[in-house]
Design a protein around this ligand. Sequence first.
Ligand SMILES: C[S@@+](CC[C@H](N)C(=O)[O-])C[C@H]1O[C@@H](n2cnc3c(N)ncnc32)[C@H](O)[C@@H]1O
Length: 254
Amino acid sequence: MKDNEFNYYNKIKNWDFSQINCEIESLTNWDISKILNEKATKKSRILDLGTGGGEVVINEFPVALEIVGTDFLPEMIKTANNNLKKSNKKNIKFRIMDNLNMDTDDNYFDIVVARNTCIDARQIYKTLKKDGLLLVRGVDKLDCWQLKRLFNKGQAFNDTKPISQIDYENILDAGFKNVELIPIYEREYYKTKEDLLALLLKTPILNDFSEGHENNNLKEDNIDMQILNRYIENNTTNREILLRRRYYGIIANK
Ligand SMILES: C[S@@+](CC[C@H](N)C(=O)[O-])C[C@H]1O[C@@H](n2cnc3c(N)ncnc32)[C@H](O)[C@@H]1O
């Protein structure tokens, strides 16, 4: 499964969502960036796992003593370093690291952040200082569920246990305290069918990353347009196409 994900992210490494015309309505009040900015101080050391192109770290992370963004994809780190050069931000470093084979020092970070990426709770526990904070945000099994049911496939479609629950239990089992799992509900409104299609081609929503299933390397020609049209017919209000998103947040202390 890891190789599939590596290939997948390698393929879509130049993603650019800015062209997609979409409005987001939050139904839940849990914002990982807001919490991070409230909890961090100028003395914090922060680790961002699966950091991607670094835009969020550079633009949304608080000023801190040290921020390290890591990703297992060399191209992502290259992009992140290019983005960093263009910014005036200090105390930020990007480097390659596999989240499942972490090489960071023990008892070193005050905060570890993992947004939309996989985690190993025990390794995060080791690298956090005592009382250090873990913040996770991920995509839940029930994300875009109506769409996935129509296509009869999708990210986590065949998982028997939702990833949110697996992460939550692993975080508890690693020894964390004050562990809270928060369901996050959002509505997205797409202007056109092309906007929705662009999203589906750039994200793994209709790919199958479930354990034991091969990644089907989604291409335009294997999105069944009849099914997509049916979804759009049933979910268009005021000429905008509604997609119901389900994420989860986890907050915990070492
Ligand atoms: C969906 S993107 C999220 C990027 C960023 N965290 C964000 O939320 O905007 C997932 C990122 O996790 C990285 N990733 C996936 N599995 C990883 C692993 N085992 N170790 C390190 N990075 C990983 C991918 O390369 C990709 O950059």
